[in-house]
Design a protein around this ligand. Structure first.
Ligand code: ADP
Ligand code: MG
Length: 395
């Protein structure tokens, strides 16, 4: 990796301002899933062991630039203390005198959690003064929130202008795993693209076209391709204004020698509901008043699984059906299983795809599941991530 990491800085006695992703799901003020806090522990623990004074900042929810009691970081600080089995302090602001005083009272190895950075509208605007104030309390900046490095905010980019800036372990692991597969993929290299809309994924598809051998298409995206090929798609989700684009992509794949594979059969329903009637039909038999909610008909599952099993590298973004509804999760789960059984390096990007893998209970069988939906997509698009660009280059 060409950016500095934790090993490139001597943290002893230094005030380390760490951008973590503590944006955990909450219900009635309780944390319902602490995966993100757990993911930040290796960096935090390392800094404690190195004798740094560890100052943690994050956003939480969407308070839209105002103080919002529901999005205070207190429950996060409390959970962190439990996980570290160590005292964790918390202040009710992220800049200003209260923060300065708390930081001045820190000893080596202490941990302090700042208040939600998005209580200030300056955060998402990457306001230079605000960034300067955030940075003013520290000696070094550690970026470890992969989930937000695709956004140029004060806490992800602005602070890096004022301090030495290095990547934490989580960020480093993400960049290495994603970078490796994009730079040195073993072939056959298979990409599976699903999700609702082609328009969300054009950049990714275009960038991958130069690298991959197979593109397996599923989900709402597949419906648009199926329609572009001239089939009737009934009431399926189709982006009418993207039919020409789909045709272009089909042509581009042919020119580049990429095998763009569409479903052979799909599961259609007479309503967008788990209680709807449903059946598998070949793509030339989609009834006019039904809709395709799962690209995983039995023949499609067989075909896709075979390609995945013979692959050496697989990247997956986007469920191939409405997996949130049990009756339409079959195709998505079958993809997950084929990936789990494959000897290929398997990389998953995208929030819903990661959730689907979890739901299938196959997390441990994958090479890497990215913790950043938007950030991993931007990475697959081949675009520079602002929060990574802002870090110090290796000499
Ligand atoms: P990710 O978060 O992994 O990037 P996306 O957000 O692009 O994935 O897509 C996930 C969404 O796509 C899911 O909510 C799923 O219900 C929806 N989806 C998948 N297939 C279909 C379909 N055939 N019709 C409508 N929605 C679909
Ligand atoms: Mg999503």
């Amino acid at each position: 990796m060409r950016k500095k990491t934790l090993k490139d800085f001597d943290f002893k006695g230094k005030k380390a301002l760490v951008r973590v992703d503590f944006n955990v799901p909450l219900a009635d003020g309780q944390i319902t899933d602490d995966t993100r806090i757990q993911a930040a522990l290796p960096t935090i623990q390392y800094l404690i062991n190195e004798g740094a004074r560890v100052i943690l900042m994050s956003h939480l929810g969407r308070p839209k630039g105002e103080v919002n009691e529901a999005y205070r970081m207190d429950p996060v600080a409390q959970r962190l203390a439990e996980l570290l089995n160590k005292e964790v302090s918390k202040v009710d602001d992220c800049i200003g005198p209260e923060v300065e005083e708390a930081v001045n009272n820190m000893q080596d190895g202490d941990v302090l959690v700042l208040e939600n950075t998005r209580f200030y509208k300056e955060e998402t605007k990457n306001d230079p003064d605000f960034a300067k104030k955030l940075a003013s309390i520290a000696d070094v900046f550690v970026s470890d929130a992969f989930g937000t490095v695709h956004r140029a905010h004060a806490s992800t980019v602005g602070v890096a202008e004022h301090l030495p800036a290095v990547a934490g372990f989580l960020l480093q692991r993400e960049l290495e795993a994603l970078g490796d597969v994009m730079e040195n993929p073993e072939h056959p290299f298979v990409a599976i693209m699903g999700g609702a809309k082609v328009s969300d994924k054009i950049g990714v598809i275009r960038n991958l076209m130069d690298k991959i051998d197979y593109l397996l298409v599923g989900g709402g995206i597949a419906n648009t391709f199926i329609r572009a090929k001239g089939y009737e798609t009934g009431k399926s989700l189709v982006e009418e204004d993207k039919l020409d684009l789909a045709k272009e992509l089909l042509k581009e794949a042919e020119e580049k020698g990429v095998e763009l594979v569409l479903p052979v059969d799909v599961v259609v329903a007479d309503d967008f509901s788990n209680d709807a009637n449903f059946k598998a039909v070949t793509i030339d038999n989609i009834p006019a008043d039904w809709e395709s909610l799962d690209s995983g008909g039995p023949k499609t599952i067989e075909k896709y699984s075979e390609i995945i099993k013979n692959a050496r590298t697989v990247i997956w973004n986007g469920p191939i059906g409405v997996f949130e509804l049990d009756n339409f999760a079959k195709g998505t789960f079958a993809i997950a299983e084929a990936m789990a059984e494959s000897k290929a390096r398997t990389i998953i990007g995208g929030g819903d795809s990661a959730a689907a893998i979890k739901k299938a209970g196959l997390e441990d069988k994958m090479t890497h599941i990215s913790t950043g939906g938007g950030a991993s997509l931007m990475f697959f698009e081949g675009k520079p991530l602002p929060g990574v660009e802002a870090l110090d280059d290796l000499d």
